[in-house]
Ligand binder design. Structure first.
Ligand SMILES: CC(=O)[C@@H](O)[C@H](O)COP(=O)(O)O
Ligand SMILES: NCC(=O)COP(=O)(O)O
Length: 240
């Protein structure tokens, strides 16, 4: 059964709605860990729409499980990561105008650049995960650049409109997972997972960690972070 990385971006979204100091994503991370989170994920976006540098600096000092820094493959973010030293980095695509991440990072089309960033970060002792679609060519390219992990983008599975489509997308994820493991990559997954669709993804053989944020923060707004995380851990084991 995979571990759970709780993405606390959208605690910061609530704070940034008023450009104020609450709710604090750092406090949310403490509560998430008390609720059973196995890791904390934070996405420091170029446009700083939610998580700020202050947040990741304090998270580095306070997270007791492991800290996954999501970031674009830019010089600015690489420099921040080399100072911050998160437990691992996940390279994700970014577009200012997007509401949220729209797809996986294109490794095939920028293999030299991604390889350079992976070498720099892993050379500094920071394992890299590549947030990609479950496409054979992207998985192969992830192996070529010697990333330690991939994170399979589960957005198409999560947005499937009916059971048939959802099963088809799950089969794509399962095939991607199998190909990646055969290639020696470690496999995580995330994006759009909820209490109601997480279990089949959690059951994929070899799945190491699920990074889940929006649905947990949404539930936490109503019942509190500790309970929301505890209930996600149960949902990952098939208990609604
Ligand atoms: C890469 C991914 O799917 C999310 O972890 C990412 O954080 C989405 O960006 P927002 O949190 O800004 O929606
Ligand atoms: N990489 C996925 C993640 O960290 C959280 O995505 P979401 O659950 O907020 O869609």
């Amino acid at each position: 059964m995979p571990t759970l990385g709780v993405n606390i971006d959208h605690i910061a979204t609530i704070r940034q709605a008023r450009r104020t100091v609450e709710p604090d994503p750092v406090a949310a991370a403490v509560l998430a860990e008390l609720g059973g989170a196995d890791g904390i994920t934070a996405h420091l976006r170029e446009d700083r729409r939610h998580i700020q540098e202050r947040d990741v600096r304090l998270l580095r000092q306070t997270v007791r499980t492991h800290l996954n820094l999501e970031m674009a493959a830019t010089d600015e973010m690489v420099a921040i990561a080399l100072v911050l030293k998160p437990d691992y980095v996940t390279l994700v695509p970014e577009r200012r105008e997007e509401v949220t991440t729209e797809g996986g990072l294109d490794i095939v089309g920028q293999i030299a650049r991604i390889g350079e960033v992976v070498d720099k970060l892993q050379g500094a002792g920071i394992p890299v995960s590549l947030f990609i679609d479950a496409e054979p060519a992207q998985i192969e390219a992830s192996q070529t650049v010697k990333a330690k992990f991939i994170e399979l983008h589960t957005g198409r599975y999560a947005e499937a409109k009916d059971e048939t489509s959802r099963k088809q997308e799950l089969d794509v994820l399962a095939a991607g997972c199998e190909q990646a493991i055969k290639a020696g990559l470690r496999v995580n997954a995330g994006h759009g997972l909820t209490y109601w669709n997480v279990y089949p993804v959690a059951c994929l053989p070899g799945m190491e960690e699920l990074n889940i944020g929006h649905t947990i923060v949404s539930r936490a707004a109503l019942v509190g972070m500790e309970r929301a995380v505890r209930e996600m851990k149960l949902a990952m084991r098939g208990h609604q």
